[in-house]
Design a protein around this ligand. Sequence first.
Ligand code: NAD
Length: 263
Amino acid sequence: MDLGLRNRVALVTASSRGIGLGIARVLAQEGARVIINARHDDELAKARETITKESGAEVLAVKADLTVKDDVNRLVKESMDTFGNIDILVFNAGPPKPGTFSQLNEDDWEYATRLLLLSAVWLTRRIVDNMVSRGWGRLIYVTSLTLRQQVPNLVLSNTVRLSLAGLVKSLAIEYGPHGITANGIMQGYIATERINQLAQEEARTRGISVDEVIKAWSREIPTGRYGKPEEVGYLVAFLAGDKAAYINGSMILIDGGYVKCVS
Ligand code: NAD
């Protein structure tokens, strides 16, 4: 099946490793031109090399911190200057600080709001008019299973990310008539550095080994394993393509069956 991604321009934020990199790799393999972004030049250069080597795609790497508005402005400007437009925005963010309510302070809340919500708003505001003028666009927001099943140690994710579901629905209603779809992804456990960090935290708190934590978490997943970053990428690639034109305003779980409730 041809998804129609050849020569489309995709901006994938927070993509020097983990889920974001997995998404950027798959989009590039499908023929898209890709903009990757993160805060560190060395990681970005490595990611760019990986993508170009395996796909031959055009890749622009832009160092920018998503929590800083000027950086977001520059990220969009450099992308537009290089490719002329952005067809696909895949909003992914770095992980918020783990912690329970009593462990977090007000600076943590403000930072998480910039990281998980405001950066998505800033990016969308700077990109969507260009999509409207061309009558085609894809807005895809990578969130978390915490929208469906809250995790005790991830209060910032449990709370701030919920707003993305409202953003997705609102954008779907407003921009659907312009050929633009907006959807969100709620991924469960995906094997990345972030998940290793969380496993280490849990191991410390419970006084058990990281291996035991990972085995225990895997037992809760009906497919018996963590997902791979590129498996999130396959879902994003479908949503980003022409075949997904009727999927609009959806929040889609990809979690191996981890979340047990219906809605
Ligand atoms: P990761 O730590 O492996 O990768 C995060 C990426 O974000 C890196 O490229 C990093 O450089 C970049 N980044 C971090 N802060 C940034 C910032 N301020 N500006 C720009 N780039 C920044 O994380 P991951 O596991 O790939 O997770 C990606 C997102 O998905 C996170 O928000 C995470 O909380 C969420 N999530 C992950 C899982 C999982 O199982 N891995 C599950 C649910 C939700």
